[in-house]
Design a protein around this ligand. Structure first.
Ligand code: HEC
Ligand code: HEC
Length: 84
């Protein structure tokens, strides 16, 4: 009886690991554009991530000069996805 339970837990664990790998595999990492190296973005390379992210919004908002695409993923923490 005890052995059967252990086997069951092992299967659940393996299924969970498989799910995690698939999830990470499908993450948008590869296609995400990097933070550009130009005069608009140069200042963000020197300062902390959290500070930098507060400053993105004035330019990258619906009223800004470069609005985010309509299909843009959830937009908190810009620099986790848009690597420097
Ligand atoms: C002064 C205004 C301004 C600020 C502030 C700003 N951006 Fe931009 N951003 C632009 C402009 C203009 C473009 C389009 C031209 C270009 O690609 O450089 C752009 C383009 C981009 C792109 C697209 C690059 C590509 O390869 O297509 C990304 C990603 C981006 N910005 C991220 C950020 C992030 C993250 C922040 C905050 C850390 C930020 N921007 C702050 C003006 C700004
Ligand atoms: C969850 C990951 C993620 C986060 C967080 C995120 N982005 Fe993006 N962003 C992407 C991906 C992926 C794309 C490409 C979308 C596409 O091509 O349709 C993109 C595209 C963009 C573009 C357009 C680039 C182009 O070439 O047109 C800009 C500008 C941008 N993001 C700015 C930002 C800003 C500013 C923030 C923070 C407010 C932010 N992003 C947060 C993943 C993210």
């Amino acid at each position: 009886m005890k052995k059967k339970k252990t086997l069951l837990y092992n299967i659940i664990f393996l299924a969970f690991c498989g799910g995690m790998i698939l999830f990470l595999w499908n993450a948008p990492e590869e296609t995400t554009p990097f933070l550009p190296h130009d005069p608009d973005h140069e200042i963000f390379f020197g300062i902390g991530k959290k500070e930098a992210e507060k400053l993105c919004v004035p330019c990258h908002s619906p009223e800004g000069i470069v609005p985010l695409p309509a299909d843009h993923p959830p937009k908190y923490r810009c620099l986790f996805c848009h690597k420097r």
